[in-house]
Structures are given as C-alpha cells and as structure tokens.
Design a protein around this ligand. Structure first.
Ligand SMILES: Nc1ncnc2c1ncn2[C@@H]1O[C@H](C[S@+](CC[C@H]([NH3+])C(=O)[O-])CC(=O)[O-])[C@@H](O)[C@H]1O
Ligand SMILES: O=C(O)C(=O)Cc1ccccc1
Length: 254
C-alpha cells in the first residue's frame, strides 16, 4: 500500500514541514507542540544530517547491548523512531522498553505508532520530564538529540542518574548538535549545515526563522565537553561513533 492509500492516518503520512515558511512578526521560542509533532519526521530528517543513519545504528547497538531481563529507556522519544527500531532489532527475553517525552502531542503519536507496530516485549510510553524519572536496571539508554534541550546546569546530574541506573556493561547512546571552540570551524559547520538544509528544500527565510526560534532553546556543547562529562560521571569507555557536520553521536559504556 502506498502512502496516498491511507492518508487519513497521521502516522503513515509524512506531512511536510512549512512551520517557518512565511514571515513571522515575532519569532517565538521553539516548542514541541501539535504543529511540530505533525511534521516532526519531515523536519528532523531534513534538518539533522545523519539522523536516519543514527537511528538505524541505534537498532544495531541495541542488539549488541540489551541484556535479558533489563530495561531500555528512550529519553525524549518524540515520535518513537528509536523505540521502533529497538523493538524491531532486540530479540532477548524479559526486556521492557520505556519511552518518555514531555510533549503530549509526541507521546500520543508515539503510543499509537508503537501499538501499530506490535511489540514483542512490554512497552510503556510516558508523558514525563526525564529529569524527574527513576532509571534502574537499564542495559541501554538513548538520548537521541534530547540533552541539548535540557538546561545546561542539570545535564551532569541527569547523566549521573543514567550512569547509576545502568547495569554493568550497559550503554548510553547520546546524539547531539555540536558547538566548536574555534570560530572558523564553528562558522564553517553552521554554514554547511544551512547549505544541507537548503539542499533539502528549506528557504533562507525558513532557515533564518528556525535558527532564531531554537537559539535560546537548543544549547549545543563541544564534543570535548560531552566526552569529559560522560567520563566524569563514571563511564569507563566513551566513544565518538558518528559525526556529520555539526551533528554527532557518542557511545558511553559502564
Ligand atoms: N525534560 C524533558 N523530558 C522529556 N522529554 C523532553 C525533555 N526536554 C525535551 N524533551 C523532548 O525531547 C525531544 C527532542 S527531539 C528527540 C528526537 C527523538 N529522540 C528521535 O530520535 O526522533 C530532538 C530534536 O527535535 O532535535 C522532544 O520531543 C522534546 O519534547
Ligand atoms: O533545524 C535545525 O537547525 C536543527 O538544529 C535541528 C533541529 C531539528 C528538529 C528540532 C529542532 C532542531
């Protein structure tokens, strides 16, 4: 069945992101509301270089790291792309998948997609703040482009809580937009990222308005800051396993 056969179903369509396509008098801070949830798949695929590669490799890493009778956490799950791939790839017994997001619009769509996909182990989708969440008996925790939206001052405490909640040999996959220490690299990566967005059909107006909307909301840090903090909270091995322009992913093993 192709997409047009069932386009009354909001899960099967990939509605196109036109949120910043018309001039706005005042740019409001970016929020993950209904309007964003509706177009999120299109938005993130056209905006985050390497996103689909990262998601599919999270499935590969899940197959390696998930241990029987443990929990998997997808923190800031949005529409559940990582949960869906983990659900497809993990075949061990006694696992439980917990997907969490503060956005009601995301949680309702994520719940529906996971139900539709069918799952071989228990899955719970919770509308909650990951800063308040209890994490225990985890063999895999995913923070796929979520930490960057968390207030900088509490990021270390969140990572320590994740480390404490992991079993030995458990892993955290942390994907983030990066900042750079040197102006020349920072400027070049931002320019190339904007070129990537333009090549994916975004106009200069869309790029500029989105940039203003996320300026105070998405706070990137350098690769060095991420690696140091992951080591500081206790992870024994921290690997930088993916990078495309100013987007990167780290694998931290307890
Ligand atoms: N404190 C918080 N608690 C829970 N959720 C939060 C919090 N803060 C932000 N979020 C949620 O984190 C998600 C970040 S998007 C993740 C993509 C997904 N991981 C993916 O693989 O498709 C990344 C992006 O848009 O760049 C949003 O759904 C927020 O509501
Ligand atoms: O669009 C951007 O410029 C980004 O940095 C990526 C992104 C993707 C989805 C929501 C917020 C930011």
């Amino acid at each position: 069945m192709n997409e047009s056969d069932n386009n009354s179903d909001h899960i099967s369509e990939r509605a196109s992101d036109q949120i910043y396509s018309t001039p706005q008098e005042r740019i409001r801070d970016f929020v993950f509301d209904e309007n964003v949830a509706k177009v999120f798949e299109d938005m993130i695929s056209r905006s985050a270089p390497g996103y689909s590669t990262i998601v599919s490799h999270i499935g590969v890493m899940a197959r390696h790291f998930v241990q029987p009778n443990t929990r998997i956490y997808d923190l800031g799950c949005s529409l559940g792309a990582c949960s869906l791939v983990i659900n497809q790839m993990v075949e061990v017994d006694g696992c439980e998948l917990i997907a969490v997001d503060t956005s009601e619009a995301m949680v309702s769509r994520c719940t529906e997609s996971l139900q539709k996909a069918g799952h071989r182990f228990p899955v719970s989708v919770q509308q909650a703040d990951i800063l308040e969440l209890d994490i225990s008996n985890a063999s895999l925790v995913i923070l796929n482009f979520t930490l960057q939206f968390i207030e900088k001052g509490v990021r270390e405490a969140l990572l320590k809580k994740i480390y404490d909640g992991l079993v030995d040999g458990g892993a955290l996959v942390l994907s983030e937009k990066l900042a750079f220490n040197h102006n020349s690299e920072q400027e070049l990566m931002i320019k190339l990222h904007h070129d990537f967005k333009r090549a994916n059909g975004y106009s200069d107006l869309e790029i500029a308005q989105k940039r203003a909307a996320i300026e105070n909301v998405l706070i990137p840090e350098t690769s060095g800051e991420h690696i140091c903090r992951l080591e500081k909270v206790g992870f024994s091995n921290v690997y930088s396993w993916f990078r495309c322009l100013n987007f990167a992913s780290f694998l931290a093993i307890k």
